[in-house]
Design a protein around this ligand. Structure first.
Ligand SMILES: [Zn+2]
Ligand SMILES: [Zn+2]
Length: 277
């Protein structure tokens, strides 16, 4: 309400048909008229040009007073005649104010503020009703992880505050030495083949043994666990199947209690057997 009154008073205070901001813009353009010349084509079009004697160059713009356009595009964009247009308007002996867009007219401005708000009585004087109170709908938590990061612009690049792990020295949480972490620590009682913290991926060792011994695929991928150590294992798996992690101690037990099936289902690749040390 205050804003409407303020803007309305401002519009009423305009002396002429245009506001001070637009008149200042026109004056700025008028100061740039300088030494521009004009060629009239005999109709409603003008070529406004400037010849630089030092550089032997000629700059020219096409102005149309009937279409209210100049090829410098300033008049087209802002609605106030550019300095080229002002040269042509002066040549015609017309008033530049008649060539400003109607959008900036006082009558247009006042139209926006002609409707006034009606004052209302205070909240405590409103009529009381016995109906149920209206509340906003309950908030429902959407499924999935909530987004906490702002979506970045395509050219904005990545977040710069993330620390790089490159060059960081690994330090063991058990023996406090560098070069390995607690997972690979020789003092770690639970140390086994990669399966720390990957309980989900544990598989049935006997199943794995069966698969390794009598697997139908001849193409195997070999993985060496704990290379150069006492409990080194070479584990094969069929190509294309996901790597399975397991406890080598249990695996050893399983493979020793179960008779080898190599003879029954001879494998063409002798390495497909699982040697243990
Ligand atoms: Zn222009
Ligand atoms: Zn350690």
């Amino acid at each position: 309400m205050k804003r409407i009154v303020r803007n309305r008073q401002y519009g009423l205070s305009w002396k002429g048909d245009y506001g001070p901001r637009i008149l200042a813009k026109l004056e700025k353009h008028r100061q740039r008229v300088g030494t521009w010349n004009v060629d009239w084509n005999g109709g409603n079009h003008y070529e406004v040009y400037y010849e630089n004697a030092d550089t032997q160059t000629r700059e020219a713009f096409a102005v149309s007073l009937i279409y209210r356009t100049c090829s410098c595009r300033l008049w087209d964009v802002c609605g106030v005649p550019c300095h080229h247009a002002l040269v042509a308007i002066t040549f015609e002996g017309k008033d530049p104010l008649d060539f400003i867009d109607d959008y900036f007219k006082k009558s247009t401005y006042m139209k926006a503020y002609e409707a006034l708000l009606h004052p209302v009585r205070g909240l405590s004087y409103w009529e009381q009703r016995d109906l149920e109170e209206l509340h906003p709908p309950p908030l429902r938590q959407a499924k999935g992880k909530r987004k906490t990061e702002r979506i970045r612009e395509p050219l904005e690049g990545r977040k710069k505050t993330k620390m790089s792990r490159i060059g960081r020295k690994m330090k063991c949480g058990i023996c406090k030495q560098t070069g390995h972490n607690s997972r690979r620590c020789p003092l770690n009682p639970k140390e086994d083949c990669h399966n720390v913290g990957s309980k989900k991926r544990k598989t049935n060792p006997s199943k794995v043994a069966k698969q390794k011994a009598g697997g139908s695929s001849n193409h195997m991928v070999y993985t060496v666990c704990n290379p150069g150590k006492d409990n080194q294992l070479i584990v094969g798996r069929p190509v294309g199947k996901p790597r399975k992690y397991f406890n080598p101690r249990k695996f050893k037990e399983a493979s020793s209690s179960q008779p080898r099936t190599e003879g029954n289902a001879p494998s063409q690749n002798p390495d497909s057997a699982i040697p243990t040390q």
